[in-house]
Each structure stands twice: as structure tokens, then as C-alpha cells.
Design a protein around this ligand. Structure first.
Ligand SMILES: [Zn+2]
Length: 333
């Protein structure tokens, strides 16, 4: 499996901007300490690739820096050539992770999950919709016909839902906070709206009801999993109050379900806005470490993942058994 990082392509932000740019470098350093050989820098997505999911005029405007003020405010980033390059690389990373998934079962993008990007506009820190572009490129290449997007970021995958609306070959599942941004939701194939303060048990129960249904309906040849860290209780934007253990159980359940059905999966990190950035990095790292253990075989966590047969319906039990103590055994730095 390959793990793609783009943190060298820094998005220049004004001082005090709330986007947690620092998490990407710290996450890559944590991964490099346990699996440096799996890391790669992805190619940038090209205009032609981006235009498979986006309005070509929007792609041109982003590239040329001709978006107007309201369009940029909607995205939430100032325009710069580096912002364009970062957005292209992050999208390229999810495409590369999908190719890795098709080749060997799994691929990871240490960024991505920019699910608020619509066909003709960006929104909420999302310029291009990486999952939509990746799926469309692979469909165009006839590598896949059907795909499933499992969006477990705390915010609805509204851009993804809108881009794939009416397409019977793509199933979009989103579990998100009812009262979270975006306040005008789009219709995914299956939306699970959760109340503030949902917590681990109710969240996992909802997921365990939704994911098997989505898998049965989608019959996917590829899944893209947005493993957002923002359902976490310490998140400034999320409202669902999941614990780190609950999020680890979520990941174990999702990856177990894909493995049990032999569905290749590309994982993107998506959101994470906890006050303590170490918490965000912990949660993302736990997701990546679990993927490494399952798909590469090396041990990077303090526990062994349960066999696939134990993953369905026992996520809470699994979480309580494994605890949440991911760490590098022998950091090589
Ligand atoms: Zn989010």
C-alpha cells in the first residue's frame, strides 16, 4: 500500500487563520516514524482530471486566480499559486491512493476529504472535490464502474452528494451532525443526521445500520473513506462528542467491513479542528496505523487488529479491548 503526503505544499494563510495547516506535517512525521518506506509524494491533478468532476470554467478561474471576492470568501482561503498547487496535489493524492487501493487493497491520503467543493464552486476550505475527481478519473479510464463514498466527517459531504446526484453507479453515504455546517444540506444517497452530543454508542449503532445497507446497494469496486477527525468531543466545529476510542472503533468497523467484502479502499483524512492539534493528529494517525496493520502487515500500534469476522457488530467491544494507545514502537528519527 502507498501513503501520499502533500504537507510540503504549504497553503499560505494569514496569521490566526483557523485552518489547522500544521496537522499535516505532524501527521506525516508520525507516519514516517513507523513506515517511511510507504510514503510518497503524489502527482498534481491536471486541469483535464479536475474537469471530470468540476466545471472547466471554475478550474480555469482557480488556476488563473480570477475567482471573485465572494467565491474566495466561500472557500475561506486567500488565492495564491501555492494554494492552487496544494489543492491539485491533495486531489492527486486521493487519486493516487485510489490507484494504490485498486492495486493492493488500500491507499491513504494524509490530507484530502475536501467534500464541500461543488462542481462550480468551492466552499468551507475545499477547493476541489478530491473523491469526486478520483472516482471520475478511474471511471473514465474504465478501471472501475461503481464506487461508494463513505463520508464520516462530522459535516455533510454536500459537494460530493451534489456532484454525484442522479448517478446510479456512485453511492454516497454521509453520517453527520444535523446542526453542523453546511446548513443547507444536499441529498446523498443515504444521509444519517445525528443530534448534538450523540456519543460513541449511538454513533456506532447508526454506522452499523447504514454501512451494510450502503455496501449492498452500491456493490462497489472501490470505496473512498473520509475518516474525519471532527466528530471528536474536543472538536471546535463538531458537535457529536465521540471519544478517541469511539473513533478508533469506527475505523476498525469500516475497514473490517470493506476487508470482509474485498472492497479496495482509499482513505482521506478530511476535517479535524480540535483546540489541541495533538488530538487531531492522534486520531488521524490511529486511522492510518490501522490501515497499515491491516494492509501492510507490520505492527505499528500497541494491539493487533481483530480478525475481520469480529469487526462487524462488535466495534464497541473491540474499542474497549484495544484501548487507545497508538504509538510508534521504534521511532527511527
Ligand atoms: Zn468536517
Amino acid at each position: 500500500m502507498r501513503i501520499y503526503h502533500t504537507d510540503h505544499f504549504v497553503l499560505p494563510l494569514p496569521a490566526g487563520h483557523r485552518f489547522p495547516m500544521r496537522k499535516y506535517a505532524e501527521l506525516r512525521q508520525r507516519v514516517a516514524a513507523v513506515a517511511p518506506d510507504l510514503l510518497s509524494v503524489p502527482e498534481a491533478a491536471t486541469d483535464a482530471e479536475l474537469a471530470l468532476a468540476h466545471d472547466p470554467a471554475y478550474v480555469r478561474a482557480v488556476a488563473a486566480g480570477t475567482l471573485d471576492g465572494p467565491a474566495l470568501r466561500r472557500i475561506g482561503f486567500p488565492w495564491s499559486p501555492a494554494m492552487v498547487e496544494r489543492s491539485r496535489r491533495s486531489t492527486g493524492a486521493t487519486l493516487a491512493a485510489c490507484r494504490s487501493a485498486l492495486a493492493c487493497g488500500c491507499g491513504v491520503n494524509l490530507a484530502g476529504g475536501t467534500h464541500h467543493a461543488h462542481r462550480a464552486f468551492g466552499e468551507g476550505f475545499c477547493v476541489f472535490n478530491d473523491a469526486a475527481v478520483a472516482v471520475r478519473v478511474l471511471q473514465t479510464e474504465r478501471r472501475i464502474a461503481r464506487a461508494l463514498v463513505v463520508d464520516l466527517d462530522v459535516h455533510q459531504g454536500d459537494g460530493t452528494a451534489a456532484i454525484f446526484a442522479g448517478d446510479p453507479d456512485i453511492f454516497t453515504l454521509s453520517l453527520h451532525g444535523r446542526h453542523n455546517f453546511p446548513f443547507r444540506k444536499q441529498a446523498s444517497c443515504l444521509d444519517i443526521e445525528l443530534d448534538d452530543g450523540t456519543g460513541d454508542d449511538a454513533y456506532l449503532a447508526a454506522l452499523q445500520a447504514a454501512l451494510p445497507y450502503a455496501l449492498a446497494r452500491a456493490r462497489p469496486e472501490l470505496a473512498v473513506y473520509l475518516a474525519g477527525a471532527d466528530p471528536y468531543a474536543g472538536d471546535r466545529l463538531g458537535r457529536l462528542r465521540l471519544s478517541k476510542q469511539g473513533l478508533a472503533a469506527r475505523d476498525a468497523y469500516v475497514l473490517g467491513e470493506f476487508a470482509r467484502r474485498c472492497v479496495p479502499v482509499a482513505i482521506a483524512m478530511a476535517g479535524g479542528y480540535a483546540d489541541n492539534i495533538d488530538d487531531v493528529v492522534d486520531i488521524h494517525f490511529a486511522t492510518v496505523a490501522l490501515a497499515i496493520e491491516r494492509h501492510d502487515g507490520r505492527r505499528v500500534l500497541d494491539f493487533s487488529p481483530a480478525p475481520d469476522t469480529q469487526c462487524s457488530g462488535e466495534a464497541s467491544l473491540l474499542a474497549s479491548r484495544v484501548g487507545f494507545a497508538p504509538h510508534a514502537r521504534t521511532p527511527s528519527r
